[in-house]
Design a protein around this ligand. Sequence first.
Ligand code: BGC
Length: 940
Amino acid sequence: MGLFTCLLLLISACTHISAQQVKLSAPIKLTVGEGFVNPIGYYEQVPRFSWQIAADANSQLQQAYQIQVASSLARLANADADLWDSQKQLSSATSWIKYQGKALSSRQQIFWRVRIWDEQAQISKWSEAASIELGLLANEDWQGQWIRHPETGEMQAFDHKNKQFKNKLYRPQYLTTQFIATNKTSDKKSTAEIKQARLYITAKGVFNAYINGQKVSEDVMPPGWTPYLQRIETLTYDVTALLNEGENVLAATVAEGWYTGRILWPVPREVKPSALLAQLEIQYTDGSRQTVVTDRNWQVTVNGPIRAAGNYDGETYDANYEMPGWNKLGFNHDESWKPVISEALEPQVVLAPKRHHASAVKLTLPAISIVDVANPEPGVVVFDMGQNMLGVPELNIPVLANQKVKIRFAEALQKNTFYTKNMRSAIATDYYTPAQSGVINYVPTFTFHGYRFVEISGFDQSKTPDLSWLKGRVLHSNFDVNANFKSSHAKLNKLAENVVWGLRGNFLDIPTDCPQRDERLGWTGDAQVFAAPSMYMADVYGFWAAWLQTVREEQADDGRIPNFIPTKESKHGRGSSSGWGDAAVIIPWELYLLTGDAQILKENYDMMQKWLAFHQEKVKDDLSTMGGFADWLQPHPKAKEGSQARRGDTSIELISTAYYAHSLDYIAKAAQVLGRDADAASYTASFNRAKVAFRKAYYDEQTKVIGAASQTSYLLPLAFGLFDGVDVTNAQQHLLATIASADHHLRTGFLGTPLLAPVLQDMGRSDVMYDLLFKETYPSWFYSINNGATTTWERWNSYSLKDGFSKASMNSLNHYAYGAVAKWFYEGILGIKSAGVGFNEINIEPQFNQRLTQASGSYKTPQGEVAVEWSIAQGQLDMQVTIPKNTLANFILPQVQAGTLIINGESVSNQKDAIDKGLTKNMLIKQAPGAYRITGRISL
Ligand code: BGC
């Protein structure tokens, strides 16, 4: 250590650092929890802090950090960290640092900053201050009651013949109260002004809130979907700017959403009435406070313009019922308005701040064409949005007074006709009745649709339909989509885009199977295969961590994980299946590997254990007897019809035992991270037993699967590490043989497909993966592109341009499972792969192939962005790589000819280091953060 470094270390122990001693730029991108920036209404009582070192900082690695947390900005600026001062911590960790200061409470605002010491022990400036404001953390914080219309709460009546719900209790409610904003601290007239106001609010159902006629936020259908009988999420809004001194109106609309609405097809059931809970807290400049809550002082009507609204069935809006100014001062309530009834909070239903972002309009798409349909009917027009999407339409259309406009949705046309059969019992139709003739602007509020085509009838036929009539508002949970993979191949790029649209189309508050038919459910198997891939494409860590809480809550006492989650207390979906229920183990472990956040393991470890214990009950002689959906929707199954046809050829016993072993392997690793060594040892022992039993029970002496040979029967043991020695090489050969015998077509369903790329790459046969990926004919990914796909389909043959939809009743054009392959675009084609935990060490190992001359893209690791761009021309590789700070990189380039590698202008004898370490691949290890230009001769 040099004298200067020693000096700096000494200085760092002092609190006052003078300006000239500060050399490094400050940490940036301060976030808390799963990536929140200065949140209000935050959910976590013990926040976790993360930051990054700026890409242009003059330091490379972090050696230590110091976090200060104060109760005010002024204190923080004066280094008066009254809540917590971590002091200097020798650690390279820049993420997930747990707060260890004074206990924090509901509503509390805190301010924090961080500084770091780099590899030279030089100290950085303090970061800019960041803030956190907690939400209402306990039910006791709520003073109001649930309020609702007095007539709600009857039984549902579904008229099967007319496919309609007829019962006014389904009408959305309009609720308001009036209050005077005043600080009642003294009798004298006070001059205190409003300093800050927060609206804490939620619903049983979905809501929009207003203050003095203005919407408090752009959130769509909050609070979203949780197991409502256990936990309802609450929202916090800063409404300071919306309040008047003096009289105000607080109002909300509430519709059924997921709480009251049906799940799957209609079944007789008891209806749970929708209700509102709100608490407006106003702080005045003199320190006094005022609280306005949901109580008997509210009024309600179900006689507003939204006549009905449901997730599956659509919204019915009648402008004749509009009540101009209903949510503002001075409105005259007619006799349809009733005093609300109120109900106490249920102590067993936890009210907790929403722990991920609510949904929002994330994009607006123009209609791209008006379609010439077969047998056109007068007064009916069909628009093409050019993209299958989840969202709602925005209509600007000419109408005639009291002539009802009908809006229907379809994912694709069937031989040029409008096709809605695959929506099954979802009516998916919006209606708008205009009160006057003219041009209306209408966006449905409390529903959502999965569609590409929109059929509109009932408009003013004297006008000619025009593309300006329609826009598509794309909805999903409010996270950033970062996907940016590009290559020299147009169809591959289209596939990458389609996968991202599959993500956008199925991340509305919970991960769903599809957005259009009467499901839209959190199927665990689909989630299990797509969670990790989705992390490469969007900021969805918070989204998954939140859903995992729901999974924990839905786990039965015996450890069973329902097939879709939430299941609500619906009569459907109570079973448990291998490969599906394993989501409870696989998702936490894979999220941990990607983020390095051990909290995700801590939170879920009990659930993981209970799931394994449940599975163990179904294990005999180390083989599983658990049932399941098997390799769901594998193409060309031996059984041609019935449920077996959907389950593919790989035996369910083999699949279940493989997943049993795989979950044991993952939980053993998780136990190790959490320091539970005894658990780790016992799970590892069970894993080894299951491995031996698996090998013996399902494969012959040549490691050939006993029974029908399927690609998946070899993929599972190879991907899950269930074979050793010669069994590995044998299975690899058998796998290649099954692929060859299918002429490089897919023979895999939901479970097998995601394993192809990692297994083939691992065995050095990425060329075979390219063969599969670039196949044009059925079953293949490009087959869907050749048939006009703009998303990933549920079935490999869901649709063809020639024949339209395949006959199956279960047939969605927006299912994300087969999109799991996109992980390989980043991990394989670009070669960006975490070599440790949370990308603290990164392998850059692109899988070059003669089919591609160029590829580029990046991934946002917790430390910063890693970017790769490569091109190959006349046997010459040219590659640019950016490695984020506080990270080391290994370049693994076996296809580059030895002696030709040039990095940043310098010829590199690249082998030595690697060979010294016993590594055989052509690689350069432990490279520092920064920008690299790499060239070399390459033979493909
Ligand atoms: C869903 C699937 C799900 C499957 C389970 C389907 O109806 O759409 O994606 O995983 O059922 O078998």
